[in-house]
Design a protein around this ligand. Sequence first.
Ligand code: SAH
Ligand code: SF4
Length: 395
Amino acid sequence: MTGAAPITQDVLTIPRKAPEGGKTNIVGLTRPALRDALIAMGTPEKQSKMRVNQIWQWIYQWGVRDFHAMTNLAKGYRAQLDAHFEIALPEIVSKQVSADGTRKYLVRIAGGHEVEVVYIPETDRGTLCISSQVGCTLTCSFCHTGTQKLVRNLTAGEIIGQVMLARDDLGEWPEPGVGTGENGPRLLSNIVLMGMGEPLYNFDNVRDAMKIAMDGEGIALSRRRITLSTSGVVPEIAKTAEEIGCLLAVSFHATTDEVRDRLVPINKRWNIETLLNALREYPKNSNSERITFEYVMLKDVNDSDADARRLVKLISGIPAKINLIPFNEWPGAPYERSDWSRIESFADILYKAGYASPIRTPRGEDIMAACGQLKSATERERKSRAQIAAESGTG
Ligand code: SAH
Ligand code: SF4
């Protein structure tokens, strides 16, 4: 496979600290980690908490990227920070804007890998769909990302960095040093962890990044405006309630273990019953209202009236919202989207059972930005190059 970089299954997270002589990236450090790093640099312990507050506000409330612009710090201290640290974000490689206003960013992270980030404007909100891994180790059969092998976990800095980049592009940082960010509605008001990857297989980095997003003196998004979507990594669900406390969405997609085993293979490890037991505990542990059940509508696979009725029965007793996702096709996908009339009949059964069940309108389809269509171009390219090499016998 000449020319194709190896793709491994190893879950690697690159260390936050740059090698010998390099600078430490501040973006992604939690408050305690930042405090430790400042003390290690020589900041007197007594001052360290205040310095964390100041630096934090510059970076996360005002979006400042240059230590020299942090005017409430002494000039010498700014220079010292600059010598030890950097404020580094992933790089936007390209941006596509859909006819419906959806923006898809291709973002390059260390190592040359790429992830996709999608911004979806709506009348009353703006949602950013972020990625937690390059690729995914799971292999849900209807998901494009699942056809791409996992390359690595994103660092906390790369995860929160996606939010910061989007705010840059939307021009949404309040005026440095004075703005409060409280004037007017927010363009980026919600975050969903529904991009590439399984967030609960990168728990610590996702948690640290979301703590930064929720911090009241920075980006300040309420935990009720952050939704983490999981395919059902049961042991991490209780931890999510305790340590993040955001809203939870679950890729449910089937009403029998037989079908769910095929669609969401992690079901073989934690089946529907085990998953539902964990979900029952989530609302009270996280003090949140409802769990979102995501259900992708696949023609003749999981879309019958009997499925709708089974779904209602299975989730009874769990405060829930159901999100029907018309399947988004991708090249070579082994499924078709259910017919519209079928989706409506399915929705009607849920509605009559008391669930307002919005059918999710696919957004940004013309730029392959819809759910499950994400798969970074470099990895696509790599795979096809590898295929070409194999076919031509040079691999
Ligand atoms: N790994 C996590 C989060 C990312 S996927 C998870 O699986 O929940 C985000 C959502 O998009 C999931 O509900 C997923 O099942 C859904 N999805 C994946 N591929 C899709 C496709 N082709 N069409 C519609 N939805 C899809
Ligand atoms: Fe991974 Fe989620 Fe896609 Fe499944 S649906 S392969 S868990 S990204």
